[in-house]
Design a protein around this ligand. Sequence first.
Ligand code: NAD
Length: 269
Amino acid sequence: MAYGLLKGKKGIISGALDEKSIAWKVALKAKEEGASIVLTNAPIAMRMGEIKKLAEACEAEIIPADATVVEEIENLYTKSMEVLGGKVDFVLHSIGMSPNIRKGKAYGDLNYDWYMKSVDVSALSFHKFLQVAEKMDAINEWGSVVALTYMAAQRTFPFYTDMAEAKAMLESIARSYGYRYGKLKKVRVNTVSQSPTKTTAGTGIGGFDKFYDFADKIAPLGNASADDCADYVITLFSDLTKMVTMQNLFHDGGFVNTGISEDVMGLLD
Ligand SMILES: NC(=O)c1ccc[n+]([C@@H]2O[C@H](COP(=O)([O-])OP(=O)(O)OC[C@H]3O[C@@H](n4cnc5c(N)ncnc54)[C@H](O)[C@@H]3O)[C@@H](O)[C@H]2O)c1
């Protein structure tokens, strides 16, 4: 059911790779809620062609941009403002990648060039999205910027390796830039810390299926799906949450505050 929460708003949605992507669901719901959007992803992700289906469904243009390259982000905002007919009201950063995780490197055997790449793609890119937007004055007052994160920023999950540091940095950028952009333009910046979700990025992490099941058994509400996450992100883009900023918001069915559950105790019998 649509509520018209984003009626008349314009936004940029990054990170929709295929229909499992969290960003894919956010794009569909943003459209459903009345927004006009543009989609963006790394040029290499375009080759897979899936995003074109989403663009058709959302009547959206696709503007390729490698999120690590400032000039490409500048082009993204310039073209988005052209296509959408003005500044944007919301931006979704749904981007993460670790070469060390892809190659199965243990935390004690990380390749440092790859480590830098993980941080650049998964965290610094968020600062770049914000800094470029500020310099170009590309986001309307009371606009909302959301990035997706994971609880490994606060707690240790052994297979998350260098992405844990990248997420900690991402969340810190949300606080620091949230302060700055709030003062300057009343733009708010938050991160949403999502449950394990069966996407390309998610399932690439070693032991994913086990910790997906474990989280599902710990959280009193179970794991939050990508669709649920999209609903939550839409509320953060809407005016109903306009005083929420600089927060890391857990969207995890209650996992973060649960010590142990009967379900998990049952497994130990
Ligand atoms: N899946 C999970 O379990 C989970 C849990 C919590 C948070 N998250 C976060 O959600 C976000 C979205 O991931 P997802 O699970 O939907 O997986 P996904 O694989 O569908 O999305 C990741 C996206 O990042 C994009 N990307 C990678 N490098 C890029 C670059 N240089 N420039 C631009 N885009 C680039 C990919 O093309 C892809 O579209 C990520 O930040 C991820 O860490 C995922």
